[in-house]
Write a protein that binds this ligand. Structure first.
Ligand SMILES: [Zn+2]
Ligand SMILES: [Zn+2]
Length: 338
């Protein structure tokens, strides 16, 4: 599936080229749709898609079908999962241990295809072999889960804390599941509807319906003995919800701004609380090779089982329809198998 610009996704036959030095060719075994693809299809994406036309889709796992010269870590037949980016390892951010902020992050697309060629930098830094027990459709969650890991790590979520997650899209759910796997008490805030009902069985401590709750913040305070949450995470990308996330934490609380808002927006901030209550306000963007590996480990060990987030299964030629379902809010994750 080739992206030619906003609203223009085409099914095309392209040759699978032989891998050059340092490259791998994979057969895609499983790909997942992502809200980012929906946004990109609507209006393009300056960072992930610097030039068009381009192959499309970025969450995938596959099997190595050919190995370029100079690659010694992988051989034909290996099952692997690859991240959708690779840092340079050399810029000030990379050297400071924050490779997600790399000045020259290399993005890779092409999950919605039968085959994908992985560039040398990705092969060297961000491709992980899979245990035989980990099915490709679970492994394909490694990329979004790695983003969730980065956020949960930045907030230092630990056992016994109350963590409020605003938004119950796939990433909100992964964030909640990850916090719950650390034995935090997770409160999900969303809007009622089929997703809400479906996710009720994920085992979170509490669900708050933002649409019917009179005052979500009061409800959160009520659920925490008046104290407020230890950690609040926004996974909606809405400035007004960022503000709610700040209001939701108590003294010494941490707020993670995970959902990216529209360019040019801003929020109001209670300076008094921020200072006297020592709030920690954290951005969280993308993932690092370390978080990607930890995500694969969590999927492999079964610490996190994401299966319930897959609401539909479709073939490659139906990607357009799958992204349409996502856009209408009728699907969480669609599993695409060639
Ligand atoms: Zn994604
Ligand atoms: Zn770098």
């Amino acid at each position: 599936m080739v992206f030619h610009g906003p609203g223009d996704l085409r099914q095309e036959e392209l040759p699978v080229r032989a891998p050059a030095s340092g490259e791998l060719v994979l057969r895609i075994d499983a790909a997942l749709t992502c809200g980012t693809d929906v946004k990109t299809l609507r209006r393009g994406h300056p960072v992930m898609i610097p030039k068009i036309p381009t192959v499309f889709g970025h969450e995938f796992a596959g099997t190595v079908t050919s190995v370029g010269p100079g690659v010694s870590r992988f051989r034909e037949g290996d099952r692997v999962v690859a991240a959708n980016s690779a840092p340079c390892g050399d810029c000030p951010s990379c050297r400071a241990g924050r490779p997600n902020l790399c000045d020259d992050l290399l993005f890779v697309n092409g999950a919605y295809g039968e085959f994908i060629v992985l560039p040398p930098r990705l092969v060297a830094r961000n491709v992980v072999p899979l245990a035989a027990s980990l099915p490709a459709e679970r492994a394909a969650f490694a990329e979004p889960l790695a983003c969730a890991f980065l956020a949960i790590e930045r907030a230092r979520v630990e056992s016994g804390q109350t963590v409020v997650v605003f938004g119950h899209g796939p990433l909100g759910c992964l964030l909640g599941m990850l916090a719950a796997s650390r034995k935090a008490r997770v409160v999900m805030v969303g809007k009622s509807g089929w997703r809400f009902d479906r996710l009720k069985n994920l085992g979170f401590a509490r669900w708050l319906d933002a649409a019917t709750a009179g005052d979500v913040i009061e409800d959160i305070r009520g659920a925490t003995g008046g104290r407020g949450a230890d950690v609040a995470v926004d996974a909606t990308g809405k400035p007004e919800v960022w503000e709610q996330a700040v209001d939701a934490v108590g003294r010494g609380g941490s707020v993670v701004f995970f959902g990216g808002c529209a360019p040019g927006t801003s929020i109001r901030l209670d300076t008094r609380r921020t200072h006297y209550e020592e709030l920690t306000l954290l951005g969280a963007f993308h993932h690092t090779p370390e978080m990607f590996r930890r995500a694969v480990e969590a999927l492999e060990s079964g610490a996190l089982i994401p299966d319930s987030l897959i609401t539909h299964r479709m073939r490659l030629e139906d990607v357009g329809r799958a992204l349409d379902l996502m856009a209408k809010g009728e699907a969480l994750k669609v599993l695409i198998t060639p």
